[in-house]
Design a protein around this ligand. Sequence first.
Ligand SMILES: Cc1cc2nc3c(=O)[nH]c(=O)nc-3n(C[C@H](O)[C@H](O)[C@H](O)COP(=O)(O)OP(=O)(O)OC[C@H]3O[C@@H](n4cnc5c(N)ncnc54)[C@H](O)[C@@H]3O)c2cc1C
Length: 301
Amino acid sequence: MKELHRFLGSAGVRYETNCLLSSHSSFHIGGHATLACFPKTREQMLAVLNKVTQLGVPFFLAGNGSNVVYSDRGFDGLVIFTGDWKELSISGNRILASAGTSLYRVSVAAREAALTGAEFLYGIPGTLGGAIFMNAGAYGGSMADICLRSEYYDCVSGESGWLEGAAQEFAYRSSIYEKDPRYTVLGAELCLTPGERGTIAQVMDALMERRKASQPLEYPSAGSVFKRPEGYFAGKLIEDCGLKGTRVGGAEVSQKHAGFIVNRGGATAKDVQELVERVRARVLQETGVCLECEIRFIGDF
Ligand SMILES: Cc1cc2nc3c(=O)[nH]c(=O)nc-3n(C[C@H](O)[C@H](O)[C@H](O)COP(=O)(O)OP(=O)(O)OC[C@H]3O[C@@H](n4cnc5c(N)ncnc54)[C@H](O)[C@@H]3O)c2cc1C
């Protein structure tokens, strides 16, 4: 860790020791990471990835922390936050952007360039890298539909390159990046379709209204807790089991949308974990459906 420390200082990468993860999580949950860094450029990102690969230091690559529950005990290693590396350019109907670019910025840039296809990203509070990792999707669209190719860094060989089309192995809430931890996302090229700016804006506004009407955006959360089981909706199963409003400590199954767990104040990662287990057990017992988590638990549990 000491060598990493020295390296970050000499490479001019902003870093923080004993970084409070709850400040970087949409759930507002999590203890401290031993070390955190915030690369701002491609050169800094590659330098950091090369160094951790070479040193064999445990690390976690974080986007906006909108799909994770950080352990109350934090993370013993380096957390690399990508959010300060936000480069975006448009050429014709293609958008090229770095991993840390927010989905908000991607969708707004597409709208301004009168390109359709990225409207569904509006309102998903993540980064491009996080969205490719788990093939984020909403309202009938997903990253698989628009991601022409993505640039990877291979944490085993230290090499980078591009994966095109089917090689990215997109599936429901999954991709090659989610399946194989050796690959991380450096950026991507999205392929959109020319459209009409006013219509694109209308679609984005309508989707945002649907979100506000159905999701508990007034409380911290990590979005949908569970993947959609085939043939069912997780939220509906949970609601039908009478679990809306169930609480463990500060964590609560949302009254507004049973597929969300919200932090009603002071929730710990342990509270969320226990509530998740209660919900899964009850749904399995009453319906026979085994719910699988979409949110990811990071650190020691
Ligand atoms: C209110 C709310 C609404 C949401 N709505 C939706 C929705 O409609 N649809 C949807 O799909 N999701 C939704 N989410 C979940 C979340 O926003 C998405 O999963 C998003 O893609 C996560 O991106 P992130 O940058 O925050 O990733 P993080 O939460 O920081 O990380 C998630 C995972 O991605 C990995 N990761 C992040 N960046 C990279 C990278 N560059 N390379 C490799 N791996 C990486 C991390 O290691 C981690 O395993 C919602 C969340 C909230 C809080």
